[in-house]
Ligand binder design. Sequence first.
Ligand code: M6R
Length: 369
Amino acid sequence: EKGGYEYFMLKEIAEQPQAIADTLLGRLSDRGEIILDEVRLTDQDLRDVDKVFIVACGTSYHAGMVAKYAIEHWVRIPCEVELASEFRYRDPILDRSTLVIVISQSGETMDTLMALRHAKEQKARVLAICNTNGSTIPRESDAVLYTHGGPEIAVASTKAFLTQLVACYLIGLHLAQIRGVMYADEVAAVVEKLQATPDSLRTLLAGMEDVRALARDLKTASTILFIGRHVGFPVALEGALKLKELAYMHAEGFAAGELKHGPISLIDEGTPVVCVVPSPAGRGVMRDKVVSNIQEVRARGARTIVITEEGDDSVKAFADHLIVVPRTPTLLAPLMTTVPLQILACEIAAARGHDVDQPRNLAKSVTVE
Ligand code: M6R
């Protein structure tokens, strides 16, 4: 049932290109328009939305963080992201024109379910992004967009994360389209790039041998730090979460710009720092900033593991280890840059002799608060 793979996690990582393609399937018209037929909110309801709140836990929360960048960029309405366990005990300001997007692979996460109920009590519209048909969260939501990732067995979320990203992108584009913020040809151009991601991901997955070797090297590190900016920031958080969860190692993700506000003092001779470099296309300034952050940590002794886009050769000089991913538009880049981090965590955990699919103290679905 593991399809020849040693762990479910590796199988699920390998299934990601197909999972993305399946999540996109049937959601695009011939003219490249986005059809969200499971969304039982009228176009008028969606036009009336003046604020989006995304609420989730763990990896699903990281998908929400990426979605915020996409939604604010494309739709031009305010979007906040919050951990479900925090949202629930606050007094967030919500009303009929607030769209609350809850993201959950299992659809049974108690914190997220409670946040959903909290939102509904205040009359907000709730849209669920979920991978499990008929689970509690989609049943209690006003509308659902199912991810078609297929069953995820490993406790660590991988293909669910990438398909959640795809669902978020679709919702963002749909909102932009019906609110008239993006022209049809602009939406179609993004959709075309989205449709190309499964193939790019297949190429990426075929070239991960180096990451495996690197994992064996890093298995005795006392900490691994991850830095990124913009959508690379949630990717850094996700890379650190995977490592904590599976390898039981100390790991932390930071917004690269925050380094000098504290975390840079953690850097010691040989401290591994994984750096997620934004694409030079479109967001060149941001990329340059990350490159100078890499130089800063390196000057303090860090061992840099740099994830960069194909063709961006100038970062080579600052990388002790370079991981190259296929080109993708900035907002879609997490579909690529997350994957080496999943493999890194999985392989480090395996090299340390841990049960990759069933890490200690964790359950696949957290049904208690
Ligand atoms: O089923 P959910 O998406 O609601 O689960 C949320 C988190 O518990 C989950 O993403 C968790 O962080 C994963 N084990 C991370 O790999």
